[in-house]
Each structure stands twice: as C-alpha cells, then as structure tokens.
Design a protein around this ligand. Structure first.
Ligand code: PHE
Length: 433
C-alpha cells in the first residue's frame, strides 16, 4: 500500500472504515434494545468526549510511526523514551480486529443474501409477516449463511491482497455519497409511510428511566466500534496520511460523517418499526426485517432494495478491510508476501465465523468481548499513552491545529476526561458507581 494522495483520500478511507454495519445495522438495533433517546444521548456524549480525542491520538501515532499499529506503537514509544513493550497494545488490536471480523462477516453475508433476494424480487408485494419471516429462516440455515459469509470473506481478502490505496480510495469516493443519498431516500419513505413522529421521538427524546448501567457500557462500546477505534484500524490508515494534513480537522470530519449516517439510519428504520407494530428491541434482525417490508410495498422496491443492500455490503467491505489490514501490514513487514498472509488471516476469521453461525451464543460473546471490553480498554490505553507517555512536543507538532486553546482542550480532555469517563463507565457497569 502506498500513501494516500491527499487529505481527502485519508478522510474517505477512514470514513469508509467507520461507516459500516455498525451504523446501519447495529446502531438502530441496540438503540431499540436499550431504550432509545437516552441511549443515543450517552452514545453522542461518548463520541464527543472520548471518541474524537482518542481518534486524534490514534491517527497521530499512526502518522508519526508510519507503519502498522504494532510497529508504530513501538517506534513512537521509543522515540518518547518509553518502553518498547507498548507494542503489545498493537498486538491486542490486531487480535481484536480478527475477532470482530468473525461475526462482522456473518452479518455482511446476510446483507449479500438480501441483495440477492432483492435482485430476484422475491419479497416484492409479499405480506409483511412473510417478509419478516425470511430473516429467521436465513439465520436458521447453516449452509446458506456459510456460503454468503464465505463470499464476503473472499471479497475482503481480494481487496486487501491487492493493496488498499487505489481500490478503496476510488470506490469510497463514489460509494459514500451514494450511500448517504439512499439513506435519505429511505428517510423520505419513512416520513411518508412510517410513523415518523413516533420513530423520531423514540430516537431523539431521552427517557432516562430506561437507561441501565449496561446500556451505558454498550453506548461507550458502540462509540468505539462505530468509529473503528481502540484496535489500530485508524492508526494503520493514519500511517499513510500526508504530513501537511491536519489530524484534528480530518478526525472531526470523519466523526461527523459517521454520526450523521447513524442518526439517518435510525430515522429511516424506527418510523417503519412503529407503523408495522414491530418490536424496537427485536435485536440483530431489525434492519433486515423493517427495510425489506418497506421495499416490498414500494413501487420499484426490488430496484431500491437491491441498490440499498449493495451499498450496505460495500459499506461493510470498506470496514472489513480495515479489520484485517493491521495484521496483514504487520506480517508484510516481517517479510511475508501480502496475498498469502491476507488469505491465511481471512481463512482464520472465516472459520471463526462458522462458530458464530452455528451458535448465536458465540456470536453474542464475540460481539460483547470486542465491542464492550477490548475496544474501550484499547482506547483507554491509547489515551493514557498519548496523554501521559508520548512527548508533548511530538503530540503538538502532529495535531495540526493553530489555536493553542483548542490544542490544550484536546490535551486536557485526553489526559483526564476521556480516561476518567471510560473508567467511570466500567465501574458503573460493575455496580461500583
Ligand atoms: N466501524 C465499523 C462499523 O461501524 C466497524 C469496525 C470496528 C471497523 C473496528 C474497523 C474497526 O461498521
């Protein structure tokens, strides 16, 4: 992989990593499970006080280190006179990426299957109950899922094996705006056909009585998951960022795009949930049930459905490559050739995915382990490293904002507020706070 051509390529690639199934599939369903508006508010607070500062820190380490997360951590630690053992953080990140990929590619496989269903028009004009029944039938079918999950894994491997700069740079430039446009079309449909007022209220009006300690932990974990933080994906991409680009401004753009996509997806999905008397807390099937119902009733629904699920699949692909890339880049630097190590790593995650397909308990456990614990703890370590271990002069020379006040605001947030918030959420969820 060669360097990104300009600032925009980095922003688009990083936004491609951030915007994925986390926004369109996961965010709406966990918001439904954990009670709506209050959950969304905590999630937004986590993005602002933890996500943005930590993302700045990650990009900074990547650009300064100029390599995969394991080697970048070591380089920057040594440069700051600290222990080379900080590279362990990179190793944990590579592992987290592979573990996430195991269930992520299963869900992406569902999106591919729904692309096929839309293309063949199989749900058009069918009654809502039948359309929603397809999802339970799919998740009960091992072979079908194995096929689509395998196909998605192969696609991911093909892109990563070829190197990321050209393929991804170009494709995200076209796909990201298109995805956004289609989401707007879906919101338009939700306004006309759904119970928009109720959906919007559920998403945006906080009811704190519904906010459990676990919900707060899930919101924190999701802030990391959706921004691709805490495991080195953004660090790996940051390594290819040109020196003149502003880290802080790029990060703000990425976080804003990611958040807008999530909120838009929520506004497209919840109005349909309520107008069809579906359960907002019905879990991972939410997107795969509500949107096909909408498509089945629309004129031209097969076409819109096909385009939509193709875009979801592509959004998943621009994220999955960043789950594998840190490990691949690291092995490549150890002298292995990129294509074989890529296929080897993806073979491992494909096998892991079979366990997720076989048992939803494994699926849930991997999801919880990575999103709820590994990513926030990785993020905590990154905040502590940049805030307390890395030389301040290096951090300030990398951040790329002129205003001293803003620089200081970031630094103080990263040193104190972000770590304290992460620890407080953990303590709260353990019943200590
Ligand atoms: N951010 C991606 C999404 O929301 C998932 C992801 C997590 C990608 C961690 C890379 C690293 O779908």
């Amino acid at each position: 992989m060669t360097g990104w051509k300009h600032r925009w390529t980095f922003i688009l690639a990083a936004a491609g990593s951030a915007v994925g199934l986390g926004n369109i599939w996961k965010f709406p369903y966990i918001t439904g499970e954990y009670g709506g508006g209050a959950f969304v508010l905590v999630y937004l607070l986590c993005i602002a006080t933890i996500g943005v500062p930590v993302m700045i820190a990650e990009v900074m380490i990547g650009r300064r280190g100029g390599a995969n997360p394991i080697d970048s951590m070591r380089t920057v630690a040594v440069e700051s006179g600290r222990s080379p053992w900080w590279s362990l953080l990179g190793i944990g990140g590579v592992a987290a990426g592979l573990l996430i990929m195991m269930f992520y590619s299963v869900v992406a496989g569902w999106a591919l299957e729904y692309t096929w269903q839309s293309l063949t028009g199989s749900y058009v004009g069918r009654p809502a109950a039948e359309v929603s029944g397809h999802f339970s039938a799919l998740t009960a079918n091992f072979t079908t899922q194995m096929f689509w999950h395998g196909l998605f894994s192969l696609l991911t491997a093909a892109v990563v094996a070829a190197g990321v700069a050209r393929g991804i740079g170009k494709s995200v430039e076209v796909m990201m705006p298109l995805l956004f446009l289609l989401l707007l079309v879906m919101v338009g449909y939700a306004v006309v056909e759904g119970d928009f007022a109720r959906g919007a209220q559920f998403l945006l009006a906080p009811d704190f009585s519904k906010l459990s300690p676990k919900a707060v932990l899930v919101a924190l974990g999701h802030a990391f998951f959706t921004l691709s933080l805490g495991m080195g994906a953004i660090m790996a991409y940051g390594a290819y960022m040109p020196g003149h680009a502003s880290v802080a401004k790029s990060v703000l753009a990425i976080a804003a795009i990611d958040t807008l996509v999530s909120i838009t997806a929520g506004l497209a999905i919840f109005p349909l949930v309520f107008s069809h008397n579906l359960e907002p807390g019905s879990g991972p099937g939410l997107m795969f049930v509500t949107l096909p119902i909408a498509f089945s009733e629309m004129s031209g629904g097969a076409l819109v459905g096909t385009i939509f699920f193709v875009l979801v699949s592509i959004a998943a692909l621009t994220s999955s490559i960043s789950l594998i890339e840190p490990g691949v880049a690291w092995l490549e630097k150890r002298g292995f050739r990129r294509p074989p190590v890529t296929f080897a790593l993806v073979a491992v995650t494909w096998l892991g995915g079979l366990f997720c397909i076989h048992s939803s308990a494994v699926f849930d456990a991997l999801d919880a382990l990575t999103a709820r614990y590994m990513l926030p703890l990785g993020g905590l370590a990154i905040a502590l490293f940049v805030g307390w271990q890395m030389k301040r002069s290096i951090a300030f020379s990398e951040i790329g904002i002129r205003s001293n006040a803003l620089q200081l605001l970031w630094y103080v947030t990263l040193r104190f507020l972000s770590p304290i918030c992460i620890l407080a959420v953990f303590a709260h969820s353990l019943g200590l706070l």
